[in-house]
Design a protein around this ligand. Structure first.
Ligand SMILES: *[C@@H]1O[C@H](CO)[C@@H](O)[C@H](O)[C@H]1NC(C)=O
Ligand SMILES: *[C@@H]1O[C@H](CO)[C@@H](O)[C@H](O)[C@H]1NC(C)=O
Ligand SMILES: *[C@@H]1O[C@H](CO)[C@@H](O)[C@H](O)[C@H]1NC(C)=O
Ligand SMILES: *[C@@H]1O[C@H](CO)[C@@H](O)[C@H](O)[C@H]1NC(C)=O
Ligand SMILES: *[C@@H]1O[C@H](CO)[C@@H](O)[C@H](O)[C@H]1NC(C)=O
Ligand SMILES: *[C@@H]1O[C@H](CO)[C@@H](O)[C@H](O)[C@H]1NC(C)=O
Ligand SMILES: *[C@@H]1O[C@H](CO)[C@@H](O)[C@H](O)[C@H]1NC(C)=O
Length: 926
């Protein structure tokens, strides 16, 4: 990984920082101490974590800065690993990533000290040890050791506790698929081929920092290879293992890219399986734990000695229920101990969550015998433990287990010498995953027909474009090894931990002051006017409404969790989940930016979790990572990948930028950001305007003259280039050059952004005037969508990033666009020779007016215009109810809260414009 090379600054253990407020200290050195706190409540455990911190431009050079971690009231040193995730243009640090190891003590607050006085005493604390034999990598955290082979089908060969007990073995991926589904041929299963697969490793790499050795990352890439049936290798995986010093947990980030054919490859199960050695453990000392809702736990033994006709003694019963070794069997009542052979041993357990509403549980003594039902519940916690009181065991947990249904947790062969825990990310008990289109095309064969259908269902259909080939999904899994069966409370805690892993973040004020992720948002003013407070309460209403709608409308499932819906159907009291272009939102008009900026300004934990799930969904599922559309995302629709509009406006990395930096550089998200450097290649395959051009019969895609929308397309490309540049990714010089060239090109156009379209040269980055205006006399094509996918936000960031190096003519072109969009046709005509026509989304565009007001010397007239556009044009009016109404009875399927006036386009724009206007022209709000 390229960022590893930049870990040169990682010097931990600076000897002392006199006070937490030490600022310029001495003539040539400086230091700052930045506080980071857990979002939400301070967790009860810390198994190691990674977080990110922003820094102001020009302050800390990467090669001359040391970071140290402090915790508690005094100067307790916290071993810290630090690296750079982004740089300002001058090479100074823009964002850093930091890892702390596991610890018994969890402080409410940590302080990260940055100092230009590079101390030589890099007292590397007792950290991780990594050994690489060439064939496998072994990592010892001090609390556990895990070994990762570099080839074969096993990703983790052993997990050993610090006392030397092997509690997990042969960790591997399993997959099942079939060539068809029964319902298609009247239940004739003989015509369906079934396949089984296992992981096949292509590459295992390890990243760690020898000097600080707090965190190691093992990345395993490969595909699934058939072990039964004849099938090509497929379903690429990337599995990342995060291990921290002094940590007793392993965090796994598991990514799959779907590279099958929707009508031939029906996934019937996706699993992660571990063997758990049990030899030498008495059956009555072997324990099964399966998490229910809210810290609940199924607590059983393979051979139960409670509830029997004869009593072995309360000490025995209590020990077994609590997962402790029972007193020696010689001490039991012999009426029990002499009859152990008659008590059945339960070999297999299975918990299955087929919907967000309920899970079922069952167990059996062995294959061939009937399952016995165990009473189930609603939303399972997603953790399973198998192990023994003396031999130890392993717990496996899936984050958001019930939200990602259909899922299962199986325990098998618990009565044999080697048991298994299988975590099913896609349950074998579910119907096979069906990724075929939801309709047959309805005879929409020509563009005319497709455009006509768009008029009624709002779906932009085209045969062949409704493909899942190349979409991805990422899941988070935790492994917890134990020397002996842990207490039920420990496992309940760990279930909570796996579902809401603790996150450290700096406070809103600090982040805002650095200007490292936009200066278009402000922290909530503690002294706001009544008008500002009203907007704040509306923003809060929108955030809570969407959070509630997710649970009430059951926006959950393997592919769906994290997305929201686009438009509401007030007649049916339901979101338009089945109407063409109105269903899944797929980032339309930037709700991602609303949610992340709302987190930045409030620091609210619930908002972070919500935005995180949204980012994980929108970056993976709504975007192609392989195949002809790689780099593009899909427009909103009934299926996340169904619509034929494939554009960079959906995949734009600005939607994942905040998450990436706050997380200290989440490696999967980082990979997604970098991947978009190839997005422009997709313009060679897909012409986004193919259905609306007059020359559709004769138009030929030309890499030196690609039709480029200066808003929808350029904003995505510019975000990609800025992020690649600031990260100093492998192609950062190309990114910088294209960013610079395109900015100069846009400035070069007679009407700047108002031109709307240009002809982009993929090789040079030059954007020439559009085909309709080859002499650059000035054309006008202004669309309400151009600035709705992160354009204002990325330009504002470019301004902060480049400062005086931002081409002045480019900024002028943008400020003109900002000014004239809402200026009215008379002013537009006076400036450009013609008006822009009727434009909507004026509420959302008020943030452009606000930006212009601020940049043009806090222009009070323009600031007032911005608020007028925000409050009195379109979008959400102040006179709306701003509350939801409960609905129940036969009016609806299940009780829900309804605000029928809420549509996501308006919500996203109200949210963003509200935040940006308060920050930029808050003073002018009456
Ligand atoms: C740090 O990097 C800057 C810019 O590359 C360079 O001018 C300076 O000499 C370097 N300082 C050290 C201490 O290496
Ligand atoms: C089931 O499918 C097989 C293979 O296509 C075919 O040979 C057989 O006739 C089918 N059976 C029925 C009852 O349709
Ligand atoms: C396997 O790894 C090699 C480099 O190690 C790479 O060139 C190749 O594309 C990879 N194949 C797959 C299927 O990931
Ligand atoms: C091309 O555009 C014309 C005019 O809009 C239309 O009649 C024709 O159907 C289009 N071609 C295709 C392939 O749809
Ligand atoms: C509110 O603003 C007034 C005037 O600017 C100031 O005197 C007061 O201290 C502020 N209150 C708070 C809580 O910041
Ligand atoms: C940016 O592009 C302009 C126009 O092509 C060029 O004159 C200038 O040298 C470029 N600046 C940098 C820093 O590359
Ligand atoms: C700007 O316009 C001039 C004149 O048409 C052209 O030669 C130049 O390449 C353009 N620069 C960029 C960066 O587009």
């Amino acid at each position: 990984m390229y960022l590893q090379a930049l870990g040169i600054l990682a010097l931990s253990g600076l000897s002392s920082f006199a006070s937490a407020q030490s600022y310029p200290n001495g003539s040539s050195s400086e230091s700052d101490v930045v506080a980071v706190k857990w979002i939400g409540d301070t967790p009860t455990r810390n198994s190691g974590t990674t977080f990110g911190l922003p820094w102001p431009r020009g302050k800390y050079q990467a090669n001359g800065t040391a970071f140290a971690g402090l915790g508690g009231d005094g100067d307790s040193q916290i071993p810290l690993q630090s690296w750079v995730t982004a740089y300002w243009p001058d090479g100074s640090i823009k964002w850093s990533g930091h890892a702390i190891g596991g610890s018994e003590t969890v402080y409410d607050e940590y302080r990260i000290a940055a100092s230009t006085t590079v101390s030589s005493n890099s007292s590397s604390a007792s950290g991780l040890t990594v050994s690489d034999s060439g064939e496998e990598v072994s990592i010892d955290t001090g609390k556990l050791t895990a070994t990762f082979p570099k080839s074969g089908n096993v990703l983790v060969s052993t997990i050993t506790t610090s006392s030397g007990k092997v509690v997990g073995q042969n960790g591997r991926l399993i997959l099942r698929s079939q060539s068809g589904v029964e319902e298609d041929n009247g239940g004739n299963t003989t015509s369906i081929n079934k396949f089984k697969f296992e992981s096949s490793i292509n590459e295992t790499t390890v990243e760690f920092d020898q000097d600080s050795s707090i965190r190691a990352l093992v990345t395993v890439r490969g595909t699934h290879q058939a072990t039964s049936g004849t099938h090509d290798d497929w379903l690429q995986f990337i599995v990342r293992f995060y291990l921290y010093a002094d940590s007793d947990a392993i965090r796994i980030v598991h990514t799959l890219v779907f590279d099958g054919k929707a009508d031939e490859d029906f996934v019937s199960a996706i699993g992660v399986q571990f063997d758990v050695p049990l030899a030498g453990e008495e059956l009555y000392n072997r324990h099964i734990r399966l998490a229910g809702p809210d810290g609940g736990l199924l607590r059983e033994a393979v051979q139960g000695i409670t509830g029997l006709r004869r009593d072995p003694g309360s000490a025995v019963r209590t020990a077994q229920f609590n997962g402790e070794a029972t007193p020696d069997i010689a001490t039991w009542d012999t009426r029990v101990s002499s009859r152990m052979q008659w008590i059945p041993a339960w070999n297999d357990y299975s918990l299955t969550q087929l919907s967000a509403d309920g899970f079922t549980l069952k167990k059996r003594t062995k294959a061939g015998q009937s399952w016995v039902k165990i009473p189930g519940g609603t939303q399972a916690g997603g953790l399973a433990y198998l192990g023994g009181a003396t031999q130890g065991g392993l717990a496996v947990a899936l984050r958001d287990f019930w939200k990602r249904y259909p899922t299962s947790l199986d325990i098998s062969n618990a009565a044999s010498d080697v048991g298994q825990i299988t975590l099913w990310l896609y349950s074998p008990s579910a119907e096979p995953m069906d990724l075929r289109p939801f309709h047959d095309g309805l005879g929409e064969d020509t563009y005319d027909e497709q455009l006509d259908a768009l008029e009624i269902t709002y779906e932009d259909y085209e045969g062949g474009y409704d493909t899942p080939y190349g979409v991805a999904r990422t899941n988070e899994i935790y492994l917890f090894p134990f020397d002996s069966t842990p207490s039920a409370d420990t496992l309940a805690d760990l279930t909570g931990y796996a579902n809401e892993p603790p996150i450290l973040a700096a406070g809103p004020e600090y982040i805002q002051q650095t200007k490292a992720v936009g200066s278009y948002w402000a922290t909530i003013p503690n002294n706001s006017t009544a008008a500002a407070q009203t907007i704040e309460s509306h923003l809060d209403f929108l955030i809570r409404y969407y959070q509630d709608q997710v649970s009430q409308r059951r926006w959950y499932g393997f592919w769906d969790h994290g997305d929201i819906m686009h438009t509401y159907d007030a007649d049916r009291h339901t979101w338009r989940y089945d109407v063409g272009g109105y269903a899944w939102d797929n980032s339309e008009l930037s709700p991602n930016l609303f949610f992340w900026n709302y987190f930045l300004r409030t620091g609210r934990a619930d908002v972070y979790r919500f935005a995180e799930a949204h980012a994980r969904h929108t970056g993976e599922v709504d975007v192609y990572h392989a195949g002809p559309f790689k780099g593009f995302g899909t427009r909103h629709g009934v299926q996340h990948f169904g619509d034929s509009s494939k554009q960079i406006r959906v995949s734009t990395p600005i939607y994942r930028q905040v998450f990436y930096y706050l997380s200290g550089g989440d490696e999967r998200v980082g990979e997604l950001l970098h991947e978009l450097m190839d997005a422009e290649q997709a313009f060679l395959t897909v012409d986004p305007r193919r259905k609306v051009r007059d020359d559709n019969g004769t138009y030929v895609i030309d890499p030196t003259a690609l039709d480029l929308d200066l808003g929808l397309d350029w904003s995505g490309l510019a975000s990609t280039w800025l992020i690649e540049w600031e990260r100093r990714g492998p192609r950062w010089e190309e990114a910088r050059s294209k960013l610079n060239t395109t900015m100069h090109s846009i400035a070069n156009l007679t009407n700047g952004f108002v031109t709307g379209l240009g002809l982009y040269n993929l090789h040079t980055g030059v954007i020439a005037p559009p085909a309709t205006d080859p002499r650059n006399l000035g054309s006008i094509a202004v669309s309400h969508l151009s600035a709705s996918f992160g354009l204002p936000e990325i330009i504002s960031q470019l301004d902060d990033y480049l400062g005086d190096d931002l081409p002045a003519a480019f900024l002028d072109a943008w400020l003109d666009y900002c000014y004239y969009y809402g200026a009215g046709s008379a002013e537009q005509a006076a400036r450009y020779g013609a008006g822009f026509g009727s434009l909507n989304l004026r509420q959302g565009h008020s943030r452009l007016t606000a930006y212009a007001a601020r940049k043009l010397g806090n222009n009070a007239t323009l600031a007032a215009r911005a608020w007028n556009e925000f409050l009195r044009t379109d979008g959400f009016a102040p006179s709306l109810p701003w509350v939801s109404e409960p609905l129940n009875g036969s009016e609806v399927l299940v009780p829900v809260d309804e605000a029928s006036w809420v549509a996501t386009n308006d919500a996203a724009l109200y949210g963003l414009a509200g935040i940006e206007n308060l920050a930029q022209v808050g003073y002018a709000l009456g």
